[in-house]
Structure formats: C-alpha cells, structure tokens
Write a protein that binds this ligand. Structure first.
Ligand SMILES: Cc1cc2nc3c(=O)[nH]c(=O)nc-3n(C[C@H](O)[C@H](O)[C@H](O)COP(=O)(O)OP(=O)(O)OC[C@H]3O[C@@H](n4cnc5c(N)ncnc54)[C@H](O)[C@@H]3O)c2cc1C
Ligand code: FES
Length: 269
C-alpha cells in the first residue's frame, strides 16, 4: 500500500451513468483483481474522507510512470465531485488496498457475477482468467439497458456463451435479475460440476446473499467482494466491519483489510 499523487488523464461519462477515470501515477502499481484504492481529488475538505473504488486497470505509463483506471457510478457527493474533475487535475490515491480474489487454484471453473456497478470489481478478474486461458463465464445484470457496462469494456473477448447480460426490465440481454439467472444455471449443474465451480461476485448485498445461499447448498465455492462504507480504508478505524462465522462463534473482520473479498460461506449475511 502506498500514497500516490496522481494526475487525471481522462474522466469520461458513459450515458451519464458510469464514469471511467484514468490517472497517471509517479510509478506503476501492481494489484490483484478485487483490490481497491481510496480516491479523492476534489478541492477543499468536504467531504473529508476519500472514497473506495475498485482498481479497474493499472499499467505502465511513459517515462517509467504508471497509470490506473477506475469505473464509478455517481451516487452521492463524493462521486459527483469526482465526475467534475478534468484532465490535468490532481488526484490523491492510496493503493492497492485490501485482499482481492483468490484465483490460485488450477482446474476450477469460474463464474463471475457483477450486479450494477459490481462489474467494475469482477472485470479485472475476468481479464486475468482470460490471460491464463482459464474456464470462465460472466453474468452481468442491471435494472435497465443503460446501466449495463459498454460491451467494449468487457475483457477477454466475446467467445460464444461466455458473457450473459440481463436486465430487470428486459431492455437488453435476458429478462430478469442476474440472481435468478445464476440460480437457474446452478440448478442444472451436476454435483461434480458444482464442486469444481467458484463464483466471484460483486454487487448489492441481497444479490450476494442469495447467490451465496444457492452456492453453499450445491457445494460450489464463492468469493464475495463486499462494498461496505469505509472511513480510513486501511484498517485503523474499524468502521467497515463485517460479521464472519468462526466455528460456533461470530468474529468481526475489517472489509478494507481482511477483505473486501471474503469466502461467502463465512459471511453472516
Ligand atoms: C472496496 C470497495 C470498492 C468499491 N468499488 C467501486 C467501484 O469500482 N465503482 C463504484 O462506482 N463504486 C464502488 N464502490 C462504492 C463507492 O465507494 C461508493 O459508491 C462511494 O463511496 C459513494 O460515495 P459518495 O460520496 O458519492 O456517496 P455518499 O454521499 O457517501 O452516499 C450516497 C448514497 O450511496 C450509498 N452508498 C455510499 N457508499 C456505498 C457503498 N459502499 N455501497 C453501497 N452504497 C453506498 C449511501 O448509502 C447513500 O445512499 C466501492 C466500495 C468499496 C467498499
Ligand atoms: S475503513 Fe477504517 S478500518 Fe476499514
């Protein structure tokens, strides 16, 4: 983890729903899919706290510098202020933070599930799995067509049957909630197929909870990326805790430090 003084390269709105922000960094940064950054850049100190955003991409810039990208949805004051920043404006970053997805096991089959802007957290995992030629499919859901990510952002190409898009109003992809579509697919898995499956998911808590229940009942693995409210972002304030099952007891873990990705079977939903 380190503090970096970045500078915005681009910060573009897509359909006035999502913004994609790229910043240059003094040095390149490496990250695991699912890790995040605390980001601020607005003038003054209101809001005081930076906002957590999943690292969408990171790479090499020119002259030994680095680049980092985020995708965010405007939901309140911090993200609205972020959306008003321009190329050349400074951006304060602490990154990479937390523990990302565990993609270490060979021979697994992965389903990546992104509900709403949750795709921003699972896309980097898809990019890594595609590079490894691992077996994966992606399920992306939103309320309506405009809230699905643009197709050109989807990593790993569009091999037939790999990316399943759905909307709750049926305006794009299949009609329905991503939760139901994932559960329908799960219902036809054999026991052997389910035991080889790992679901990587990010999205609304209810979505995660329902999919976690279904995965547990079939014996499939699931890693859930949680998006709790955060204050410090690096383990000091305990403002972001989640309850986890630890044998007979319940323990509390910091989403920013021990997470944001947790074994879904351990989370007290
Ligand atoms: C580890 C992590 C990674 C994240 N990655 C992304 C990302 O890549 N892209 C993205 O768009 N968002 C992401 N988020 C959520 C993002 O941090 C919040 O949307 C943001 O902090 C809201 O700030 P705000 O000042 O705009 O809204 P606020 O004024 O703080 O809140 C506005 C509204 O949004 C709700 N809200 C605030 N924070 C959250 C949250 N964490 N989850 C759900 N609802 C919230 C509030 O309850 C309120 O209703 C992530 C969160 C975490 C913890
Ligand atoms: S946000 Fe401070 S400990 Fe997690």
């Amino acid at each position: 983890m380190r503090f970096a003084a970045g500078r915005i390269v681009r910060n573009e709105g897509h359909g006035e729903i999502f913004y994609r922000l790229e910043a240059s960094l003094p040095e390149p940064v490496e990250f695991d899919p699912g890790q995040f950054a605390m980001v601020s850049g607005w003038p003054g100190n209101d809001p005081l706290l930076p906002r957590p955003l999943a690292i969408f991409r990171a790479g090499q810039g020119t002259k030994g510098k680095g680049t980092v990208e985020f995708v965010y949805k405007v939901v309140g004051r911090g993200t609205a202020l972020l959306s008003g920043l321009h190329p050349g404006d400074p951006l304060s970053l602490t990154l990479p933070l937390g523990r990302g997805f565990d993609l270490g096991k060979d021979g697994r089959r992965y389903w990546l599930v992104g509900g709403g802007v949750g795709f921003a957290t699972v896309f980097p995992a898809a990019a890594m799995l595609a590079r490894r030629r691992a077996e994966y499919e992606m399920f992306l859901g939103s309320r309506t067509r405009d809230q699905l990510p643009p197709k050109e952002w989807t990593p790993g190409g569009s091999a037939a049957g790999r990316v399943h898009r759905c909307t709750e109003d049926g305006t794009a992809g299949s009609f329905g909630r991503v939760t139901d579509i994932v559960k329908e697919r799960m219902a036809v898995l054999t026991e052997a197929e389910a035991s080889r499956l790992t679901i990587l998911a990010c999205g609304p808590r209810e979505m995660l909870k329902e999919i976690a229940r279904a995965a547990a009942s079939l014996g499939a693995g699931m890693q859930a990326a949680l998006e709790n409210h955060m204050a410090c972002g690096f383990g000091v304030c305990w403002g972001c805790v989640v309850a986890l099952r630890e044998g007979e007891k319940t323990g509390y873990r910091r989403v920013c430090r021990e997470g944001p990705v947790f074994d879904a079977r351990e989370v007290v939903w």
